[in-house]
Design a binder for this molecule. Structure first.
Ligand code: TYM
Length: 329
């Protein structure tokens, strides 16, 4: 059976781009793959975090994943720091990656430019991400378009390690959807929607009040002429709304464009589709959120199953590398 693995950071409120670019594919993958999903709290540490906020965010992110339809009976859902194999394999892969290839990562360049404090972890982050993936003999990794380069690196590291030390890791494929893989900011449609808090009007949070969601979409920046057409370069604002509507309805953005004569009609349809997508998620989130002990139990079971898979893969890597096995005491 195909093995699917993916992760999400507990660094800020989940936004529509996370849902349309990645999370909805995680839910669909449960029908035909062995699915493993991870709240990657160690990745959040690359920038300083408030401890109690990190704890709350980690638990609530797990609850949100359950609310969107991750089914703990069919998927393994766990928190990265509960499985220490991730940190150990990460070190091994840091020693497999070249300094120069980590320096070329565009996300590192973006996040380190003008930052007051750049942690070493921000630089080595992609090696930890590769460890997450390679620990589970992963075949397919559903992610948004912004993770493409990190996935390429994970593949390169797997191949390099296999070449040096013998066949150890499965080489994973990125699964990046055609529609929704790059949801753009509603106010600045040439930059991607993100969790960071610098564009609250341009970002739809999955847990935003539904009236606010509709308002943000109605106020989205559109383009200067009045044509409803799917053209990302010439009409980024309208095309973003068409992509969002397409991801919510399953119809192609090109076909949808033909249904609307005016921007206002497109915005109304888009707002309705997003509100109806989020409504059941918010209702289920409230139920999970009322039962933190239940969520903790799901995560504990998930971590136990994750360790059953990760342990033997890490042992394989240790043996092939030549690390001395512990003898009997
Ligand atoms: P993160 O937490 O930033 O985002 C989680 C997922 O959401 C996707 N995404 C988007 N998709 C479309 N449009 C957007 N505007 C948008 N914004 C975010 C991301 O591509 C991602 O799929 N490094 C990863 C987390 C990670 C991981 C992994 C992923 C750690 N280890 C192993 C896969 C496998 C990250 O920062 O995602």
């Amino acid at each position: 059976m195909t093995r699917v693995f993916s992760g999400i950071k507990p660094t800020g409120p989940v936004q529509l781009g996370n849902l349309l670019g990645a999370l909805r594919h995680w839910v669909a993958d449960q029908d035909d793959a062995d699915t493993i999903f991870c709240v990657v709290d160690l990745h959040a540490l690359t920038v300083p975090q408030d401890p109690s906020e990190l704890r709350t965010r980690t638990l609530e992110l797990a609850q949100l994943l359950l609310a969107i339809g991750i089914d703990p009976e069919r998927s393994t859902l766990f928190v990265q720091s509960h499985v220490p194999e991730h940190a150990e394999l990460s070190w091994i892969l840091e020693c497999t990656a070249a300094f120069g290839e980590l320096r070329r990562m565009t996300q590192f360049k973006d996040k380190s430019t003008d930052a007051e404090f750049v942690s070493a972890g921000l630089f080595t982050y992609p090696a930890l991400m590769a460890a997450d993936i390679l620990l589970y003999d992963t075949d397919r990794v559903p992610v948004g378009d912004d993770q493409r380069q990190h996935l390429e690196l994970a593949r390169d590291l797997a191949m390099r390690f296999n070449h040096r030390y013998g066949n150890t890791f499965v080489v994973p494929e990125a699964a990046i959807a055609k529609v929704g893989a790059r949801v753009m900011d509603l106010q600045h449609p040439t930059r991607k929607m993100s969790k960071s808090e610098d564009s609250p009007q341009g970002t739809i949070l999955v847990l935003d009040d539904l009236a606010t969601v509709a308002k943000k979409i109605r106020r989205a920046v559109t383009d200067t002429d009045t044509d409803v057409r799917f053209d990302i370069v010439e009409k980024p604002g309208v095309s973003n709304l068409l992509s969002i509507l397409s991801a919510c309805t399953g119809e192609s953005p090109e076909a949808l464009a033909g249904n609307y004569a005016r921007y206002g009609d497109l915005k109304t349809a888009c707002a309705e589709a997003v509100v109806e997508t989020l409504r059941p998620v918010q209702e289920r989130f409230a139920e999970y959120n009322a039962d933190p002990a239940g969520t903790a139990a799901i995560l504990a079971r998930g971590a136990a199953r994750a360790r059953e898979i990760a342990g033997p893969v890490l042992s394989r890597a240790r043996t092939n590398l030549g690390l001395l096995e512990t003898g009997p005491t």
